[in-house]
Design a protein around this ligand. Structure first.
Ligand code: DX5
Ligand code: ZN
Length: 218
């Protein structure tokens, strides 16, 4: 049976001048997770926020914090993100020379371990850690910015990852350029968590935007 679709709005598209209110608003609008894009200006050409900001918004909601680390190295900072309030910590395969150990560390901190792949990275890069992950994050844009266009070639990769997972209890999350027009293609391929930045935050009615994604996914 397919898992129920989860929506993880990316606060990278929120109004940072009122970040707590924005997190409260997506909670009340019915999101499942809060997607938090951590960028270091080195692994990706953009710089966002780190543990202090996460710690500050943690009391605002009980929804799971889905922390997407686009930083290199990530390993020395994993405990900081766990302590700041992350529930899922996702590291990039491209940024981690010792992926296996990072994933074990995340689980050792009592958090769910995620691994992410850039569009150019084949799914074979994570075969060796498949039994050590709780979530696989498939990038459908090159990471760094919200509001980019969905890269359709990744749909087949999602399908192959779904097959690779088999009976394991692993979530497949898709991130980048998702909207009501393309969400069904990724859920049909096997994704059960979708990140939505612009699709949620570009309008005034976050509940309607989240509802539109759920309706479109069917
Ligand atoms: C890109 C980030 C995404 C992005 C999603 O590097 O990982 O989470 O903010 O934003 P949209 O949905 O607007 O592409
Ligand atoms: Zn992200």
């Amino acid at each position: 049976m397919a898992d129920a679709l989860k929506i993880s709005p990316s606060i990278l598209s929120a109004d940072f001048s009122k970040l707590g209110d924005e997190v409260r608003a997506i909670d009340e609008a019915g999101c499942d997770y809060v997607h938090i894009d951590v960028m270091d200006g080195h692994f990706v050409p953009n710089l966002t926020f780190g543990p202090p900001v996460i710690r500050n918004i943690r009391p605002v909601t009980e929804k799971g914090f889905d922390v997407h680390l686009m930083i290199n190295p990530a390993q020395p900072h994993l405990s900081d993100y766990a302590e700041a309030g992350a529930d899922i910590i996702t590291v990039h395969v491209e940024a981690d020379a010792d992926l296996d150990r990072s994933l074990q560390m995340i689980r050792g901190l009592g958090k769910k371990a995620g691994v992410s792949l850039n569009p150019s990275t084949p799914e074979t890069a994570i075969e060796h850690v498949i039994d050590k992950v709780d979530l696989i994050l498939v990038m459908t844009v090159n990471p760094g910015f919200s509001g980019q266009s969905f890269i359709a070639s990744q749909v087949e990769k999602i399908r192959r990852i779904k097959a690779m997972i088999g009976d394991r209890s692993i979530e497949i999350e898709v991130d980048g350029g998702i909207n009501a027009d393309n969400v069904k293609t990724v859920t049909e391929a096997g994704a059960n968590v979708v990140v939505a930045g612009n699709a949620v935050f570009s309008g005034d009615d976050y509940a309607a935007a989240i509802g539109a994604l759920r309706d479109a996914a069917g």
